[in-house]
Design a protein around this ligand. Structure first.
Ligand SMILES: Nc1ncnc2c1ncn2[C@@H]1O[C@H](COP(=O)(O)OP(=O)(O)OP(=O)(O)O)[C@@H](O)[C@H]1O
Ligand SMILES: N[C@@H](CCO)C(=O)O
Length: 332
């Protein structure tokens, strides 16, 4: 279970003393999740009971959190259902508990999907495009911490840590991607629409209740980057067959719904196949670092926190190969 920092009722009550949300009635550690400690906290105010999510940040430094607080607040004000943190009596969202930064957020009903349909993908496409429209207008700043320079650094570091056959595959795939990128560099890529993106819109970060999206969570990879990259990350998780190839129906549903809100540019259509490979490569590398070589994470302070929910890096290695071989449908 991914509760790395254990809290008592009095720990939570000391935090709640800054807010007017009600009295602690119950609390439960949340088992899913990888990086942070999350608790459901049930509060009672008069005869009303309300559930919130308390997140303790195990790795993210405190100074990075205002961006996530402000971005989710902008999105929420723009009508997207995201967990904009709740502010205390002084208007402050960020607190510290047991030496770790923490936030209280609204809790959405429902669960993430275990079976994904084209209709679900259509809803996600619409919400992602709306999120991007807000993200394009935002003046908030946040670099992609896992962009091209990071990938380059990690490929170099990991090639001496992973088995030699895998190191060879990693270098070859990376060279293929970067050489294709360099041919695009001046024209296509520099002209791709960019803005703030979610960065990790896997299906376990979207909650559904009775077939409808109730909330998009986990903005801790949000940053400024190409909007198309965010769609590629999303498609590589939502629109795949069991063999990881692209599922045509779901892909059509997500891309058409997206394009109803924000039209794709000719440069985006051209860059799409490469973007799918780049997005798959990014998660291959981050999964190796998180799950196979966690000692490579920059923050050494928390290395006693063994990662509890394993995600297989090899799925994404296989996907990078597949995306360069399969026929990629043109964007609408
Ligand atoms: N606002 C929310 N409303 C309802 N449930 C939530 C909310 N935030 C988190 N959860 C629940 O907590 C689980 C873990 O949250 P999350 O995915 O943010 O974990 P994490 O460890 O912070 O991130 P990651 O898994 O990407 O490392 C979710 O799968 C969901 O079940
Ligand atoms: N969504 C990521 C984990 C959290 O960033 C993955 O599946 O590798």
């Amino acid at each position: 279970m991914s509760v790395y920092t254990h809290l008592s009722a009095s720990d939570i009550e000391s935090l709640l003393s800054h807010y007017d949300l009600g009295a602690l009635y119950d609390f439960t550690g949340i088992e899913s999740g990888v990086e942070n400690t999350n608790y459901f906290i049930d509060l009672k105010s008069g005869s009303t009971q309300q559930r919130y999510v308390l997140t303790l940040f195990e790795y993210l430094p405190e100074e990075t959190l205002p961006f996530f607080i402000n971005f989710t607040t902008e999105l929420s004000e723009g009508g997207i259902r995201v967990p904009a943190p709740i502010r205390d009596r002084q208007g402050q969202a960020l607190h510290t508990l047991k030496g770790k930064p923490c936030l209280i957020s609204p809790c959405f009903s429902g669960r993430h999907l275990t079976t994904i349909s084209a209709e679900h993908c259509s809803q996600v496409g619409t919400q992602l495009a709306k999120l991007h429209r807000i993200g394009q207008k935002s003046s908030l700043q946040q670099e992609n911490q896992r962009g091209i320079p990071w990938l380059k650094l990690q490929v170099n570091r990991l090639s001496s840590l992973v088995p030699s056959e895998e190191a060879g595959q990693m270098l070859t795939l990376w060279q293929d991607i970067t050489s294709e990128l360099s041919t695009y560099e001046r024209s296509t890529f520099s002209q791709l629409p960019a803005g703030l993106i979610h960065g990790d819109l896997f299906h376990d970060n979207v909650l559904f209740d009775q077939g409808k999206i109730t909330g998009i969570i986990d903005f801790y990879n949000a940053c400024h980057d190409c909007l198309l990259y965010d769609l590629a990350v999303t498609v590589n998780d939502w629109c795949i067959n069991p063999d990881l190839s692209l599922n045509d129906n779901r892909l059509t549903a997500i891309t058409h719904a997206y394009s109803q809100v924000r039209s794709f540019t000719p440069q985006e259509r051209e860059a799409w196949p490469l973007m799918l490979r780049l997005a798959a490569f990014r998660f291959w590398i981050s999964r190796i670092i998180t799950f196979v070589h966690p000692e490579q994470e920059v923050d050494k302070e928390h290395k006693e926190n063994q990662v509890l929910n394993f995600k297989d890096p090899d799925e994404f290695k296989k996907m990078v190969f597949l995306r360069s071989q399969e026929n990629i449908p043109v964007l609408p």
